[in-house]
Design a protein around this ligand. Structure first.
Ligand code: KG4
Ligand code: ZN
Length: 354
């Protein structure tokens, strides 16, 4: 049912290797969420090749947008505003989405709302319904409202933030070196699990013993909410090299489970500490690594033990998608954020920056 006060966002995301478009109503109801993944294309190179990503985005973007409108059963005229990721990410990839969004907004006379990719990941937690949602997900009510603590863990980011209000963040912790997802990807490559590593390690770890190998847990002196994963990554690589030199067989499942356990422990301990310290009572996770099954289980357990309400997006809303951009764009739109035709892709856009 259409209502005069409803805000319908057509959202576009192209910051890395997914070309995505979605239609989102009032920041929480996803009408369509179309994702054209390039993963298969980049797998043969063992990682994302920026030039290929840009080219593929250009090929896919029109179909993806048309598909999102069609699936939502809407016309462009019925849309309130166009939301688009303008950073951070790969510049050539971002440019495709930004140029497309500007063209559509200009031609249709709709407002243009640029969105920070990470703000999008956080906003995935505000989504309450989406196509294909299972009944079990509804048990996550009550709906999430700021303030809350959010752990953002993706291929390029590891941030611990206080979400003070919609789109308002205080960054209290970050990684000093590798992002959590990057560590997963590098370890997966080293043991021959392929790209993208996170889901492969997650799967392999299910058959392994998380206590088989004692990997180091790094702490950053004087910064209780900061992370460091490069020492852990080196320890895993050393373990593999040592085994190779000795001619010993590596148990990939045990290695995956032990590495994953070390990452999960670091993520859970700091996030729960922050939620207790800041007294928000609510804790959310976001980003590609937030779909990790061990992280979700450990965080759920720790939240129960500490009397915290735990929020987490469906796995399809954790990895890159446009529905989350539509949710973030809604709150930006309500705050009055409007971008002009000079909106540009900003590859190193900082959180909270405009
Ligand atoms: O959020 P995302 O799709 O893209 C970025 O903004 O970076 O995150 C991708 C990252 C990759 O490093 C991928 O390996 C990781 O998220 N990832 C996972 C899992 N699924 C994706 N890491 C651990 N376990 C998973 N199940
Ligand atoms: Zn992302």
């Amino acid at each position: 049912m259409m209502n005069g006060n409803d805000v319908w966002i057509l959202a576009i995301e192209s910051s890395c290797d997914e070309t995505a478009a979605a239609v989102v109503r009032n920041g929480s109801e996803v009408l369509s969420n179309v994702i054209a993944s390039q993963i298969a294309l980049h797998t043969q190179f063992g990682g994302v090749v920026p030039e290929i990503a840009s080219r593929k985005h250009i090929e896919q973007i029109n179909q993806v947008i048309t598909g999102a409108l069609k699936e939502a059963g809407m016309t462009l005229e019925e849309i309130t505003a166009i939301g688009v990721t303008y950073g951070p990410g790969l510049v050539g990839a971002l440019l495709v989405g930004v140029a497309e969004a500007k063209a559509i907004a200009y031609a249709s006379g709709k407002p243009l709302v640029g969105v920070h990719h990470i703000e999008g990941h956080v906003a995935a937690n505000f989504i309450t319904s989406y196509p294909g949602m299972s009944a079990g997900d509804i048990s996550r009510q009550p709906e999430l409202e700021p303030p809350f603590i959010c752990l953002i863990v993706s291929g390029g980011h590891t941030h611990l933030v206080v979400v003070k209000d919609y789109g308002e963040f205080d960054i209290i912790g970050r990684t000093r070196d590798d992002a959590a997802g990057e560590a997963f990807d590098k370890v997966a490559r080293a043991v021959g699990l392929g790209y993208p590593g996170g889901p492969k390690v997650d799967q392999a770890a299910k058959e392994g013993n998380p206590h088989a190998i004692e990997f180091p847990r790094a702490r950053v002196e004087g910064a209780p909410y900061d992370f460091s994963f490069s020492g852990l990554k080196s320890a895993v690589l050393n373990y593999i090299n040592h085994a190779k030199m000795m001619g010993e067989e590596i148990c990939v499942a045990d290695l995956a489970a032990s590495f994953q356990n070390a990452v999960v422990e670091a993520l859970v301990s700091r996030t729960v500490l922050a939620a207790r310290e800041y007294g928000t009572g609510k804790l959310a996770i976001a980003g590609g690594v937030a779909s990790n099954s061990a992280l979700r289980a450990a965080m759920a357990k720790a939240c129960t033990e500490n009397g915290l309400q735990f929020y987490y997006p469906d796995p399809i809303l954790c990895t890159d998608n446009a529905a989350m951009i539509g949710a973030a764009a809604y709150y930006e739109y309500r705050k009055g954020t409007r971008h002009g035709w000079d909106l540009n892709a900003i590859p190193n856009l900082k959180l909270g920056e405009r």
